[in-house]
Design a protein around this ligand. Structure first.
Ligand SMILES: C[S@@+](CC[C@H](N)C(=O)[O-])C[C@H]1O[C@@H](n2cnc3c(N)ncnc32)[C@H](O)[C@@H]1O
Length: 264
């Protein structure tokens, strides 16, 4: 099976097992942390928005809480049923079980978001093109991606591990997550005292998550067949080559990229 389809299948299985969005993981505070270098929550009020790769709908519910007028939520995996179930105000949401490249060219969105999805799509160009066509002129596409810069020691560990873990069945992977979970908590305690790799992310984000969501995040790192860690230039070019202008980029917590571009 091609990596694109395998990854969608992997997420379907993942979200059927980790289906809720409780606590900081599903909070408006976290959305603010992701978008705030470029957008204020207030600016989303009464806007037409879409999200590409909605998973269990945590970002969709955050956007609803921001006061948007309507959201189109796209999720191609078996998580679609969880997405529909989790949505808090279904009158304001249209859920589509399609891949990002199939987003119809509505042409009237003020904002399109893709949070943590494009780095799991082997050929994201088609998705960026679909987002471009679906925005109104002046509309903006905001993308959050894993970064290469800042993650080098982590990637040296995780990449060899992922060769095995991306093939593991759920029970074996969930057991491995427990094995990693306890030493990781210890590492976080050390981060409070020493400037260790990934300190900023672990203390600003991961430390605020519940134990269950910490284990989900570990699982999420090890499970999907395809995951790409973007260099700054690759992240910028993704939007630039899709026709977007006024591209701005932020190195979020030293481990990821938030990128935004405007449709001229
Ligand atoms: C890491 S999850 C992020 C979910 C959500 N945005 C969030 O932050 O909670 C990535 C999601 O992208 C979806 N995805 C994978 N390939 C996709 C594609 N080609 N088009 C749209 N979504 C895709 C997966 O099924 C998965 O639910």
């Amino acid at each position: 099976m091609p990596d694109k389809d395998r990854t969608i299948k992997d997420f379907g299985k993942q979200w059927l097992r980790y289906s809720d969005n409780e606590g900081y993981y599903g909070s408006l505070e976290l959305l603010e942390d992701i978008i705030s270098p470029f957008l204020k929550i207030d600016e989303l009020k009464n806007c037409m928005v879409a999200e590409i790769g909605s998973g269990t709908g945590r970002i969709v519910n955050m956007l609803l809480a921001s006061g948007v007028q309507h959201i189109v939520a796209i999720e191609p995996s078996d998580a679609f049923e969880i997405l529909v179930r989790n949505i808090r105000n279904s009158e304001k949401v249209t859920c589509l079980k399609i891949t990002g490249d199939q987003l119809p060219p509505y042409g009237d969105f003020d904002y399109i978001f893709s949070i943590g999805a494009l780095h799991h799509i082997p050929d994201p160009k088609q998705v960026v093109g679909a987002a471009f066509r679906a925005l109104r002129p002046g509309g903006q596409f905001l993308v959050w991606l894993y970064g290469k810069e800042g993650n080098e020691p982590y990637l040296a560990l995780i990449n060899p591990l992922r060769v095995l873990t991306r093939r593991l069945p759920h029970l074996a992977l969930a057991s491995l997550v427990w094995l990693i979970y306890h030493p990781l908590n210890l590492y976080i305690r050390l981060c409070h005292r020493f400037p260790l790799p990934l300190r900023e992310y672990l203390l600003s984000i991961f430390d605020k998550m519940s134990p269950e969501k910490r284990r989900l995040i570990i699982y999420d790192q090890l499970n999907p067949a395809y995951a790409k860690y973007y260099k700054r230039s690759e992240a910028e070019n993704l939007l630039l080559n899709g026709g977007f202008k006024n591209i701005r980029i932020h190195h979020r917590h030293g481990y990821s990229w938030t990128v935004i571009g405007t449709k001229p």
